[in-house]
Design a protein around this ligand. Structure first.
Ligand SMILES: [Zn+2]
Length: 289
């Protein structure tokens, strides 16, 4: 399939949930008991996003693939599965599960867990291999339902180049499927040797890619219910860009801060975004797919 363009059908963007968390943190009292937890969650999610962006660099030369980012699909009524990055070719589909974990990580085959060691602290994570295998199964089922038969592969990409990856010498699945982002092109070359048969025509591939993007179902978590926060705990009003207090009042066609006397014509814009932006950061409408 020489000469085909590298197509990105669905770009990454800052998730609505991150925007919601930002909006919520702006409007929670400084000493709110859940603030620290939300700040930690937000830092983790942002690190995840940065990791995914770092991986994109190694995908840009894979010209024969169509790339779909952040795809969330439904199998049945309320069983969803989400994939960080999907690469589609006419002979196979590849799921990339991207992890931004620093330090030294060990894929433990005995208990199917991922152990991170960092500054002499150990921490366990859900095994990404199990996560990705579930995505593989779910995607295969989804494809079966739309009557498409194509092999589905998966890789676990560690996005931080300085992370040390370790596993046991007999953990074949980890040895085969876990890699640093820089190894992606080489690993894909090996897969191409395995999957030489073209099972979809260029036209069928384009059609499948379009259907996948069309069936994307964004996760509209309501940030307030997610964290069990009542609406009355959220500070209303318009925030002063100078002193950050919620003390702007309308005065002669502009907004004036009662605390520090700053004046700002557009101070209400952020408040409108918090409450009424298209993504409704604080009041996301739960829609079904
Ligand atoms: Zn002020």
């Amino acid at each position: 399939m020489k000469g085909m363009m590298h197509v990105i059908l669905k770009e990454r963007k800052t998730s609505d949930f991150i925007l919601s968390m930002d909006a919520l943190l702006r409007r929670l009292l400084g000493a709110h008991p859940k603030r620290v937890m939300i700040e930690n969650d937000l830092a983790k999610r942002k690190a995840g996003d940065r990791g995914e962006e770092a991986v994109d660099y190694f995908l840009k030369d894979l010209t024969e693939f169509t790339v779909i980012h952040d795809l969330r699909l439904a199998n049945g009524n309320d069983s969803f599965f989400q994939m960080d990055t999907l690469l589609l070719s006419s002979s196979f589909i590849l799921i990339l599960e991207i992890k931004n974990i620093s330090g030294t990580i060990y894929f433990d085959p005995a208990f199917n867990q991922l152990i991170q060691t960092k500054q002499e602290n150990e921490r366990g994570f859900l095994d990404p291999l199990i996560q990705a295998r579930r995505q593989q199964r779910e995607l295969a089922k989804w494809l079966y339902d739309v009557k498409i038969s194509i092999p589905v592969e998966y890789l676990i990409v560690i996005s931080n180049p300085s992370t040390v990856i370790k596993t046991s010498s007999y953990h074949k699945n980890a040895l085969d499927r876990v890699l640093h982002a820089s190894q992606i092109p080489e690993r894909i070359e090996r897969m191409k040797v395995k999957y030489t048969q073209e099972v979809l025509s260029a036209k069928e591939l384009r059609k499948l890619s379009r259907i996948l993007v069309k069936k994307h179902c964004p996760a509209n978590y309501n940030v307030l219910s997610y964290y069990g926060i009542q609406e009355k705990e959220v500070i209303t009003g318009i925030q002063c860009p100078s002193c950050s207090r919620f003390s702007m009042k309308r005065a002669r066609g502009t907004w004036k801060c009662l605390a520090c006397s700053s004046v700002d014509k557009t101070a209400h814009v952020k408040a409108l975004q918090d409450y009424f932006s298209p993504t409704y950061p604080l009041k996301i409408l739960l829609k079904s797919c």
